[in-house]
Write a protein that binds this ligand. Structure first.
Ligand code: DX5
Ligand code: ZN
Length: 220
């Protein structure tokens, strides 16, 4: 049985107490910390930059997973790895030379992830699978926490699972958007390895309980 991981997204945390929030979800049993970087161009929202990633890095010993929702990510890869990103993800829609970009991420010493929007066909990442550590399938249109899960992503997850298994690749499948106790079962069943959850984790006050409720469903 594969070990499935929970990566709370700090997008829904209280930014005024960010270090405390990161420590609280670590304590509650989170496996990674997911950090959403938005530039107001690639997505219609603006969040944080490398300095906040540095603060997250200092607050936790968990792997820090940085999801770049930015145009021209090549300009900032080094800054985010230097800031402490263990995993660095770029959007396939934002990369003209995707192979070069993921190679650069690995050269810098981070694990390379490629993210795919709900309306983007999966075949765009098929040629790069041998060169990445993770594929992030978006289950909402990126930009905001608390949106509704887009179910049509499930067939993409199944297809990706088949490609990875058929070629015996060491590539994780991550989903991001609308992950909660109501949507997690179909994701587990279709072969997801890493679950990002923002509002589902941070909305209540008892992080132990919500983390436990999600992780209990990972290994039914
Ligand atoms: C969406 C971000 C997500 C977001 C998910 O643009 O990439 O990581 O925080 O939030 P929920 O889990 O609330 O859908
Ligand atoms: Zn994200």
């Amino acid at each position: 049985v594969p070990q499935r991981l929970l990566a709370p997204s700090i997008l829904s945390a209280d930014f005024g107490r960010l270090a405390e929030e990161v420590r609280a979800v670590e304590e509650a049993g989170a496996d990674w910390i997911h950090v959403d970087v938005m530039d107001g161009h690639f997505v219609p929202n603006i969040t944080i930059g490398p300095d906040v990633v540095k603060a997250v890095r200092r607050a936790t010993t968990l792997p820090v997973d940085v999801h770049l929702m930015i145009t021209d990510p090549d300009r900032y890869l080094e800054a985010f790895v230097t800031a402490g990103a263990d995993w660095l993800g770029v959007h396939v829609e934002a990369c003209v030379h995707l192979h070069r970009t993921v190679q650069r991420i690995r050269e810098l010493g981070a694990k390379a992830s490629v993210a795919v929007n709900p309306a983007t066909p999966l075949c765009l990442v098929e040629p790069i699978l041998e060169h990445v550590d993770m594929v992030l399938l978006m289950t909402v249109n990126p930009g905001f926490g608390g949106q509704k899960f887009i179910g049509s992503a499930v067939s993409k997850i199944r297809q990706l699972r088949r490609w990875i298994d058929d070629r015996s690749l060491d590539v994780l499948i991550q989903v991001d958007g609308g992950v909660c106790v109501d949507t997690v079962d179909v994701l587990v069943e279709s072969g997801v390895d890493v679950f990002v959850a923002g509002s589902a984790v941070f909305q209540g006050s008892d992080y132990h309980r919500t983390v436990r409720a999600l992780k209990d469903r990972f290994n039914p």
